[in-house]
Design a protein around this ligand. Sequence first.
Ligand SMILES: [Zn+2]
Ligand SMILES: [Zn+2]
Length: 369
Amino acid sequence: MNKRDYYEVLGVSRDATEADIKRAYRKLALQYHPDRTNGDKTSEEKFKEINEAYSILSNQEKRSQYDMYGHNFERMGMGHDDIFGSSVFEDLIGDVFSDFFGGRRSSKGRKFRGKDIEAELMLDFEEAVRGVDKEFTIKRTVACDQCSGTGAKPGTKPVTCRACHGSGQVNYRQGFLTVTKTCHVCNGSGFEIIDKCRDCSGTGRVVKEEKIKIHVPPGVDTDSVLRIQGKGSEGYNSGPSGDLHVIIKVRDHPLFKREDQNIILDMYISYAQAVLGDGIKVPTLYGDEELRIPAGTDSGETFILKHKGIGSPYDSRKGDQIVRVHIEVPKHISDRQKEILKEFDEIAQAHSKTGARGLFEKVKDLFQQ
Ligand SMILES: [Zn+2]
Ligand SMILES: [Zn+2]
């Protein structure tokens, strides 16, 4: 089942303020509240939908994630809980941990989530429009194979830290107070490595190149971010791995320009075509289309080819192709063409009410009165 766009559910625009969202939610929630609808099933579903939309859009962090990822991640098998489930707390701890312990695996057995990492992926214009499967190489931190992540030279083991006797903390007296500090020898891990593993210099972790294959959904644009769960740095002590954020960059197209989901195309027509009207062939992402240029078209006029734009990675909406018509002025013409044009101009000016000659006649008339 296709999920409705959260903004649509609340009936607000994508740039709605927090206050707008709150107001819209209150109004709808009152309207569809189960207390008021006597257990009507459709209203109940609606009420749930409203609440879900509000829970995301009222939270700035979730809202910006939704703006980036949309519902699409559910289709890719990553539900909301996955997107938003890794709590800020866990992320914070993961970072503090790896900074604090210099990336060393915790010997205390606590599980820590690995860090999130980023990679950039360059796509051709049409790949971004149609979606594509891509394989590329990333670098991620994983546990060292050689020492199984302990940091100790194979055949040896980390030993209990002699400075803190394994507690990871040291106490010292300062006047009347006993102050507890993290042990500086083992950085709080409680273990000391006597012989360091050579592969990882005792850190227990190495950077490894890994090939990964991802599906890019159709409609992504430059700076869209795809989140690939579990492909960030490996966790500590069987903790979950972080995520990989793939930042999409899209190459320009020689003909088409993109504006959100619309395609803008500049087309050149002759003066005669503009005056007389004509049927022209217009390239679109989906093959050539016939476009009727009506007689008397001005330079800069736009015509819309409905639904010939780009699909959304979030929902079923599709953009249009906007054709901007320009009159091409030839730089070199033959004598014969010149002759005809001059003749044409003379007739045109004689008939024109706004042209130079028309104006001259009017002025003359004015003085003769
Ligand atoms: Zn190692
Ligand atoms: Zn210690």
